[in-house]
Design a protein around this ligand. Structure first.
Ligand SMILES: Nc1nc2c(c(=O)[nH]1)N[C@H]1C(S)=C(S)[C@@H](COP(=O)(O)O)O[C@H]1N2
Ligand SMILES: [Mo]
Length: 314
């Protein structure tokens, strides 16, 4: 069965061209029929039930916290370097070369370095981290990542006292990534975090999921995971990490500054200019769930934003 695209999912780049707008409209019409055809089943649901960080190990509502299936996680992807069509990314990225792969870490640090991703993987224990992921478009998944805390890599290079932000860059390779020929966007994909956000224990560099190495469509061989922020902050296929003094300008902020801000913390009370963020569709499940403040991670990250106007936080 083909993947169901919810009619309530509004693509991040929908406004970009009339062609894409029309395409989005067709997907919506098609998906309504598919939804009806599926009846009340839960396509792609797995039996995995997971505790959430705030539950202190108690299993919470099964439907809310069930891990999304491997199939859904690896076939419904946002990775604009390959395609703006979520269901085309897996196919178009199949032969993407992710080994050997080096990550250069530098900028305002005492010990800059270039690391082979295999060496980093060996140096740090790989932990399983099961997190909700909430895309700004209004859909979500629960993903069992493998990886290590970002702070371990930062400690290795020793940020100096003038470092205020971390800037991340994805690979630029038009020969392998057809989407990078799209002249509308400014490649490579760039993201950033404030230094204290980057040091928060939830911030993870993921190298795998479901116990297997990442597939290209999920950002192989290494991608950021910041589960309290909208999904676009979790930058894929990273080749460069710099400690900087100025707030980096993110890919999506550059593309649509009135729609995507630097912080982009998940907040059900602050609407996107074109749609509400109050609820979300969990991929592989029917119906919608209420979106949680900081995507459910307020206890872990709320203190980072004390005194900030969360309405300005978008
Ligand atoms: N380099 C890069 N990173 C990216 C994106 C992208 O297009 N390019 N898309 C982002 C968006 S919008 C989301 S929702 C998540 C999707 O991650 P997933 O496909 O692994 O679920 O990746 C984010 N990281
Ligand atoms: Mo997203």
């Amino acid at each position: 069965m083909k993947k169901i695209a919810s009619s309530e999912i509004t693509p991040e780049g929908e406004y970009l061209s009339r062609r894409r707008f029309i395409k989005g409209g067709l997907t919506v019409a098609g998906s309504a029929a598919l939804l009806a055809a599926c009846g009340g089943s839960l396509p792609g649901a797995t039996a995995t039930v997971i505790p959430t960080p705030e539950s202190n190990g108690t299993l919470l509502d099964e439907l809310t916290y069930r891990a999304t299936s491997f199939e859904d996680i690896t076939t419904f992807n946002n990775f604009y370097e390959f395609s703006t069509d979520k269901e085309a990314v897996a196919r178009l990225s199949k032969n993407f070369v992710t080994s050997p792969w080096q990550v250069t870490v530098g900028g305002l640090v005492n010990k800059p370095g270039t690391y082979d991703i295999e060496d980093i993987r060996k140096k740090f224990d790989q932990e399983e981290r099961i997190y909700r992921m909430r895309c700004v478009e209004g859909w979500s998944m629960v993903i069992p990542w493998m990886g290590f805390p970002l702070r371990k890599l930062l400690d290795l290079v020793e940020p100096n006292s003038s470092a205020k932000y971390v800037r991340f860059e994805s690979i630029l390779d038009t020969t392998q990534m057809p989407g990078q020929k799209d002249g509308f966007f400014e490649w490579p994909y760039v993201e950033g975090l404030r230094l204290d956000e980057a040091y928060n224990d939830l911030a993870t560099l993921a190298t795998g999921l479901y116990g297997k190495p990442l597939l290209p469509q999920n950002g192989a061989p290494v991608r950021l995971v910041v589960p309290w922020k909208y999904g676009f902050k979790s930058i894929k296929s990273i080749v460069k990490i710099d400690l900087v003094e100025e707030q980096p300008v993110s890919f999506w902020t550059k593309s649509a500054p009135n729609e995507y801000g630097f912080y982009s913390n998940v907040n059900p009370k602050v609407s996107h200019p074109r749609w509400s963020q109050a609820s979300e569709r969990r991929i592989g499940q029917m119906g919608r769930l209420d979106t949680l403040m900081f995507n459910g991670y307020e206890a872990q990250v709320g203190k980072l934003y004390e005194g900030m106007d969360l309405k300005e936080n978008y």
